[in-house]
Design a binder for this molecule. Structure first.
Ligand SMILES: [Zn+2]
Length: 276
């Protein structure tokens, strides 16, 4: 059975990803991975684009337009579609994902670790980042998130797993995209992925790596700038007949690509995936 993992590197733009992520780029150079530029939808904000990455719809179409107006997803999404087919889903992610796909408000004291077959995300490990500030960035370490995800793979062998890493976005806001702190964090992400991804690839997982949006030199995102809209989209897997390397992909093509990688029909989504 075909299985896929999506890694969302929150807030890390295209140029930073390509210049700092040596493992990911080595894999492209060696022909083990494919990488495109992807244009994020607008507004270039996390919550709206988490939903875009899972529904193949623009924020205007799925209706989640602000981080301050999060609610449960009301349209077909990857977690729900797989769950309905009896497939196993998992996530290591910010609590926004719980609110989007688990149908109720996140309870910080009870929902941090959930194993519930009735939920669209059956096995979830969440973090809140409560009280994050310049004094205390409270970023979960990427390697810790990878370790949690690896435990989920060992225990539940999910057909689809999301890993969402937030430290790039946090340091981008605190130090801007033109900073040693932001660039070094992108490398930390790559360094964590270098230790875990080869194992998952060997186990037969197809792995996608992308960002929801980038970051500008004000330490902000949300609007229509190349720095905030251009992200990388990596595919690690054996499937052929992919788009040309220089094609700029619409972000709405991520969801159908991921669904197709799990062996499901992606035509529920408006745009085609990358597998023709
Ligand atoms: Zn942000």
């Amino acid at each position: 059975m075909q299985k896929a993992i999506l890694i969302i590197v929150d807030g890390v733009g295209y140029d930073t990803m390509l210049s700092q992520c040596g493992y990911l780029e080595a894999s492209v150079e060696a022909g083990m991975a494919h990488r495109w530029k992807m244009q994020a939808c607008l507004p270039s904000l996390s919550g709206p684009l988490y939903e875009t990455l899972h529904t193949g719809l623009t924020p205007l179409e799925h209706g989640i337009l602000s981080n301050e107006a999060m609610r449960a997803s009301s349209v077909p999404n990857i977690f729900q579609l797989l769950h309905e087919q009896g497939r196993v889903t998992a996530a290591v992610a910010h609590s926004f994902f719980f609110e989007l796909y688990c149908g109720r408000t996140y309870n910080m004291l009870e929902d941090i670790e959930i194993d519930d077959e009735s939920m669209a995300i059956q096995h979830g490990r969440y973090y809140s980042m409560e009280a994050y500030s310049r004094a205390n960035p409270v970023q979960p370490a990427d390697i810790d998130l990878c370790a949690q995800a690896n435990n989920l793979v060992r225990k539940f062998s999910p057909d689809y797993m999301l890993i969402h890493m937030c430290a790039g976005d946090t340091l981008g806001h605190l130090y801007t995209s033109d900073s040693a702190e932001y660039r070094k964090q992108a490398w930390h992400t790559d360094n964590a992925l270098a230790r875990i991804m080869p194992k998952w690839l060997q186990q037969g997982y197809q792995v996608f790596v992308t960002s929801d949006h980038g970051m500008n030199t004000d330490g902000h995102h949300g609007g229509n700038e190349d720095l905030t809209r251009d992200v990388a989209f990596y595919y690690f897997g054996q499937q052929k007949n992919l788009p040309a390397a220089d094609e700029v992909l619409d972000q709405c093509r991520a969801a159908p690509s991921i669904l197709q990688a799990t062996g499901m029909d992606p035509s529920v989504f408006p745009l085609p995936g990358i597998f023709s």
